[in-house]
Design a protein around this ligand. Structure first.
Ligand code: MTE
Length: 389
């Protein structure tokens, strides 16, 4: 209960004296009353915090941009704290002129700004076998969306001069895991960026300071952080991260590999298990949709587990390969609900049910689960993660 002395008609305590002066917080931070809006992890999920994942608090965010302090992190060897003065980006292999670039060198190339989502291929992976984690932070929080500033990778490759047999790139990170992935040259020459800023300021160490690779629409694992080297070759390298990991075992025993693009997906962020309903009546339902194959065309919402669908309202920028915010306003009479959302992207692809996904890919996968999520709203407003048949 609020303290009555601060409520009208009284003069609240914060109006009775001067507040702190400017620069009392040289780097701003949220109100202390927002202290629960933080990244979280699931302790039993991984053996150590160095090779682990934290999750974006999607249920407490608005719009489409993830604040720099709240984007999920996925590290395989902990956070590298890099002194940019001692960092270099090497470009070598099948090039005419190998390059050894400082951060300042990279900043002398023409810049681009691009808003893009990054989704880990394992996002929602724990839900393949059935409803498991209670909250969209945990089921869908391996995603963030920021504005990157950097130089098109194409520009750097032009500077190095690609040889005619250049077909693949091997970006490598400077962290303890030395993350490496094979990237086809077509993507590098299309929309890949070597980024040094996110949301207007230098990358945060968690996200690859001072340089990271940005591959819009493609699985997060390939967006190499702490980027120190790009080798140009004529075939893929079949690294650990694209053989034993980031592949999916299909029911016939074949492995699905090089599944780069993230298919269309959506999630209702509020209401959701961590954001229960507190009262009946007019209710604002809010969520996020995205596609690695283009812009979101439309989102549908169901209140009854997929029997009836209604069009959601998209609001804010609807950008290619970026998060898109949707809303659906309705009157809640206190009856139980089965909330679902379904995204359609500009290619016409419709987000599938989990059952349809399992039919094709079986149960051995953890990657690329873009199935429709169901939230069960109970009469008391509490919400749980369920599946409908
Ligand atoms: N790059 C390096 N060098 N080391 C890593 O551990 N993790 C990858 C990718 N790039 C990783 C990396 C994975 S699996 C993902 S999903 C994304 O970074 C996560 O990016 P984020 O931590 O900025 O959210």
């Amino acid at each position: 209960m609020p303290d009555a002395k601060n409520l009208p008609p009284n003069v609240p305590e914060w109006s009775q004296s001067l507040g702190d002066g400017v620069v009392s917080r040289p780097y701003g931070r949220p109100s202390k009353f927002e202290a629960d809006v933080v990244r979280r992890d699931v302790e039993w999920l991984t053996a150590s915090r160095q090779s682990s994942v934290s999750f974006t608090p999607l249920h407490r965010l608005e719009g489409i941009i993830t604040p720099n302090g709240l984007g999920f992190e996925r590290h395989h060897g902990g956070i590298a704290e890099i002194d940019p003065a001692e960092h270099r980006l090497m470009i070598h292999g099948l090039v005419e002129k190998p390059l050894m670039l400082t951060l300042e060198d990279v900043k002398r190339f023409p810049r681009v700004n691009r808003i893009a989502f990054l989704e880990c291929a394992a996002n929602s992976g724990m839900e393949w076998k059935g409803a498991q984690l209670n909250g969209c932070q945990f089921t869908h929080g391996m995603i963030h969306c920021v504005m990157y500033t950097g130089v098109p990778l194409k520009r750097l490759l032009e500077e190095a001069g690609l040889k005619t047999n250049a077909k693949w790139l091997l970006p490598e990170g400077a962290d303890a895991s030395a993350m490496t992935r094979s990237v086809p040259i077509e993507k590098a020459l299309d929309d890949a960026i070597v980024a040094y800023a996110m949301n207007g300021e230098a990358l945060y160490p968690e996200h690859g300071y001072p340089l990271r690779l940005v591959l819009p629409g493609w699985q997060g694992n390939m967006w190499v952080k702490w980027l120190r080297r790009i080798k140009v070759g004529d075939e893929p390298w079949h690294t650990r991260e694209e053989t034993s990991k980031y592949t999916a075992l299909l029911p016939d025993g074949q492995a699905r590999r090089f599944t780069w693009a993230m298919d269309a997906k959506s999630i209702i962020t509020d209401p959701s298990p961590q954001a229960p309903l507190h009262r009946k009546g007019f209710t604002v339902l809010s969520g996020l949709a995205w596609s690695g194959r283009g812009a979101i065309r439309s989102v549908d919402v169901s209140l009854d587990g997929g029997r009836n669908w209604r069009a959601a309202r998209l609001d804010g920028p609807v950008l290619d390969k970026a998060l898109t915010r949707f809303y659906y306003e309705f009157d809640w009479n206190g009856d139980p609900l089965l909330l679902q959302s379904r995204a359609v992207d500009e290619t016409g692809y419709v987000q599938p049910t989990k059952a349809a996904l399992r039919q094709h890919r079986g149960l051995n996968s953890i990657y690329h689960n873009n199935g429709i999520q169901t939230w069960h709203v109970l009469p008391n407003g509490e919400i749980e993660n369920v599946e409908v048949a």
